[in-house]
Structures are given as C-alpha cells and as structure tokens.
Design a protein around this ligand. Structure first.
Ligand SMILES: Cc1cc2nc3c(=O)[nH]c(=O)nc-3n(C[C@H](O)[C@H](O)[C@H](O)COP(=O)(O)OP(=O)(O)OC[C@H]3O[C@@H](n4cnc5c(N)ncnc54)[C@H](O)[C@@H]3O)c2cc1C
Length: 468
C-alpha cells in the first residue's frame, strides 16, 4: 500500500483546495479521483460552438476563495454574458402573461397572492418569511422551529391551496416537500450578501427564479458575476496540475477502513492507500455506496450519509438559428408546469441571428427526464418544445446535454436537507469521525456554490493541521 499523510477522496474543488492547503503545510497528500478528469461538478464540454460549462460557471463578486484561486493560477475572468431574455409562463397548457396574471381566469389564488408572478410564487414566499439576517443563523437552534418544508410553512401562514400548487411548480429546484426552509434560507441569506457588496443594487428586479444575471456594474473591475475565459473547468485543472502526481485520476474508491490511528482506502482496481487522515470530498450520494468500517461507529454520521437527499438538474444546451420568439410573439424564455420545465433564451445583444438557449429541468421534471435514456430524453424535450412553439421547428441545433443524476460519479446536482434534518444532524455532521474529515459543498457552514466547496476544503485542512 502507498503511504501518505492524508488521502483525499474526490478531486472536485473541495478536495483539490484541501490538497493545496495541506501540501502548503508540508504534508504528503494523495487525491483519488474516480473520473478520467478532475473538477466534478465544474465541467466544461467542448462543442462546435465553443466551450460550454454544463456545471458551475457563475463566480460571484464575494467568492473570496474562488477569486483568489483564479488569480493564483493565472486564469482570466470575463463578466457573465449569459443574460436571459424576458420570461413568460406556460401553465395548464396555456400561455399566460405574468403582467396580467392577477386578472387571469386560471389564477385560483386569493387576496394579495393574486398579484404574485406565478413563476415566482415559491421565491416570493421564501423571501417574505425569511427570519435569518446572518449567514450562520440557519444552524442556530433559535430557528429550529423552521426546520419544516415550504408546504408546511405555507399551510402555517394560511396560503391558499392554489398558491401552494404554484409554489410547488416554482420552488427553486429542491421541492416543496423535500427540503427544509432552513436549507433554502441559508442560500437566500448568503445570496443577499452578494447583492450588498458596494454599489450593487440592494435587490435586483427579476422576472424569473433562476440564473442570477450580471448587473453590468463593475466594482474594482469585477462584475457581479464573472466566468472563466475558456470555461470554468480550467480552475480545477490548473489546481490539479500544480499538485502534480499527488492527483490520481481513474481511481474509484470502494472501501474505507479506519481506527483512531489511521485509515486504509481501497480502490476498485485493487490499489490501497494508507494514511494518518482521510478526507471525504464526495457528495453523500456516492459516499453512501462506499463501504466504511470503523473501530468506533458513528450512527448519526451514517444517518446523514445514507439519508441526505440530493436534487437534480438536467440541461440541454442549444443553438437557436433564428430568434423564433419574434415570429410567434411569445416571450423568448418561459417557465412551465409541463414536462420540460424551463426554456432559457440567452441574449446575444443584437436581437438578430443565432442565440444560445438552454432547456433547464429541475425538481420533479428532472426526476421524470432522468428515468429516460439519454437519446430518448433529448428527442422528447426537443419535440415537446416544438409542440409548444411550432415556430421553433427546424431552428434548434443541439449542442450538448447533461443529466447530473445519471452521472455515476455524482448521482445528483446538489445536496438538500429534508425537513427535520437540520435539527437531526446538520449542526454536527461536519465533525470528524475518527480520522475521517468531511468536505464538499454539502458540508458548508456559511457559503454557497463553488465558494462553499472551497470553504469546506479550507475547514478540513485547518482541522487536520490542528490535529497533526
Ligand atoms: C448544473 C450545475 C450548475 C451549477 N452552477 C453553479 C454556479 O454557476 N456557480 C457556483 O458557484 N456553483 C454552481 N454549482 C455548484 C458547484 O458546482 C458545486 O458546489 C461544487 O463544484 C461542488 O464541489 P465539491 O468538491 O463539493 O464536489 P464535486 O465537484 O461533486 O466533487 C466530487 C468529486 O468526487 C469524485 N468521485 C465520486 N465518486 C468517487 C469515488 N468513489 N472515488 C473517488 N472519487 C469519486 C467525483 O468524480 C468528483 O470529481 C452548480 C452545480 C451544478 C450541478
């Protein structure tokens, strides 16, 4: 068996960042990555129309660690150019004008609910009742009574059934029943910090619940959202290149055996690595398939690993040869309660000619699509879009498609915490289990997105640095 001070399992941003920091402390690290490439949920696909980020791409202005790593590795940033074109709604197989929703006969909501844009219902309710002011308060036992679902919150606050139904359609990806409000508010509260940075407007007026847009407001040369020139995966690739032969790709970990003195990590190819410490930088969807044996058991940690739910996102990336929305007069982008979810038309800033677009499937829509084989899913979403908008026929050129639940190294796109799980284990689930430490975006305390992966990599490096 090869010997190291620390074996890190998973070469996403969290694993790579912990490796960078522990190496800087003089420790011998080995990073084991199941995939052929590093990066995990930061993945850039080369297409006929250039690189497309099928995972993370948006870097917020307050992503201190990500921005620092981008600079350290000599990468170049550009302001986000994925501005979404105006959103409409397609509900009960009918096109709906959100501006006149209040008077629409399909609107079954009551009182002041009637004026809420139907595709923003989930978002609006979440924002209205968010009691958190600071980014760490989601873990504060003072808020433990809010460890409930969005449906339970809406029932408690007296919303109509029709409003609850709309929220189920527009709840931001992770479901009206499946996710604790504390998990949702953690992200919302962290997001509001970004908007407080210097001259950024306090609240950006938006007509859609996803895809935060660049506000075109530069602060210290930085847009509110930036992208990496050439694709976001350049960052993990540069981090891994610097770590040299410490990073091993094609190494699928199958078993971790540990006691208080060290751990032995075995891969499916028969190779074994022994170390004083081990870091799991894996989503729990895949960690739960790894056999963990320990001289001292940790039932609460096992519960977290085996039960934490994950949401899915599936996206189809398209080139639109001509803006068909000019022909049918409907909004370029839309949210629907139908089987393809959302269509995002991306502004090319001329209004004419080719545009990029995405079909974005989240929540129940993504679950249904994930049950299909790749080609079947592709054909289905394209034909469904043309059924809804015949003017799009012949104008959609397929670029690439990614369904994160079908990626065997991910089995989902992002963690969730079910109602009751913040109180059950979220406060302590990042504590080390014997010599195993836990990194990954799902072990965040304060941050979100890529920055939370970096935050967790930093935390485990400090934990191990203090113990070594
Ligand atoms: C569609 C999508 C869009 C996103 N957009 C943004 C965005 O715009 N901005 C933003 O900030 N964040 C975004 N995110 C979130 C961001 O990508 C993640 O928070 C972050 O990349 C997670 O990093 P991680 O290290 O925690 O995990 P991962 O990136 O999941 O890394 C885990 C690694 O473990 C490896 N692995 C799995 N099983 C094994 C095994 N048995 N043995 C060894 N290795 C294994 C995997 O291959 C992977 O490389 C997005 C995510 C998705 C899915």
């Amino acid at each position: 068996a090869e010997q190291a001070d620390v074996v890190i399992v998973g070469a996403g941003l969290s694993g790579l960042h912990s490796a960078e920091l522990l190496s800087a402390l003089g420790m011998r690290v080995v990073v084991l990555e199941a995939g052929a490439q590093v990066g995990g949920r930061v993945q850039t696909v080369q297409t006929a129309d250039g690189p497309i980020d099928v995972g993370a791409s948006q870097i917020g202005r307050s992503y201190a660690r990500v921005l620092d790593a981008v600079r350290r590795h000599g990468l170049e940033l550009i302001p986000e150019d994925r501005d979404l074109l105006g959103f409409g709604a397609h509900l009960q197989d009918t096109w709906v004008d959100p501006a006149d929703w209040e008077n629409n006969p399909l609107n079954g909501t009551v009182g002041d609910e009637r004026a809420i844009n139907p595709i923003l219902m989930g978002q609006a309710v979440m924002a209205r009742h968010n009691p958190l002011k600071e980014v760490d308060e989601w873990l504060d036992p003072r808020f433990s009574a809010s460890d409930i679902s969005l449906r339970q919150l809406m029932q408690r606050e007296g919303y109509s059934e029709a409003a609850i139904e709309l929220a189920a359609m527009s709840a931001p990806g992770i479901g009206i029943d499946e996710t604790s409000m504390l998990r949702m508010w953690q992200e919302a509260t962290r997001g509001s910090i970004d908007r407080r940075v210097e001259s950024a407007p306090a609240e950006v007026e938006r007509d859609h619940p996803f895809g935060e847009a660049n506000d075109r407001n530069l602060v210290d040369g930085l847009a509110s959202i930036s992208n990496i020139v050439g694709g976001c995966q350049k960052l993990p690739l540069a981090m891994a290149a610097k770590l040299g032969d410490a990073v091993r790709t094609g190494k699928r970990v199958a078993a971790i055996d540990m006691n208080d003195a060290g751990a032995s990590v075995s891969c499916t190819d028969g190779s074994v690595y022994k170390a004083r410490f081990v870091i799991s930088a894996l989503p729990f969807t895949v960690l739960r398939n790894i056999a963990i044996t320990a001289s001292s058991d940790n039932p609460l940690q096992r519960q977290a690993i085996s039960t934490m739910p994950y949401a899915n996102t599936a996206r189809m990336y398209l080139t639109v040869e001509k803006p068909f929305w000019k022909e049918d007069g409907l909004p370029a982008s839309f949210s629907s309660d139908g089987p393809i979810g959302m269509f995002w038309g991306i502004d090319n800033h001329t209004g004419e000619g080719q545009h990029r677009a995405m079909i974005v499937m989240v929540g129940k829509v993504a679950q249904a699509i994930s049950r299909m084989q790749h080609e079947e899913a592709e054909a289905f979403v394209q034909s469904e879009l043309v059924r809804m908008r015949p003017a799009a026929k012949g104008l959609l050129r397929y670029q690439t498609y990614k369904d994160w639940a079908r990626d065997p190294n991910q089995l989902g796109c992002g963690f969730s915490l079910a109602p009751g799980q913040v109180n059950a284990f979220a406060r302590t689930m990042t504590d080390p289990w014997q010599v195993m430490h836990f990194a990954g975006e799902h072990t965040r305390r304060l941050d979100f997105g890529m920055e939370s992966a970096m935050e967790s990599g930093e935390r485990v490096a400090i934990e191990i640095g203090e113990r070594a």
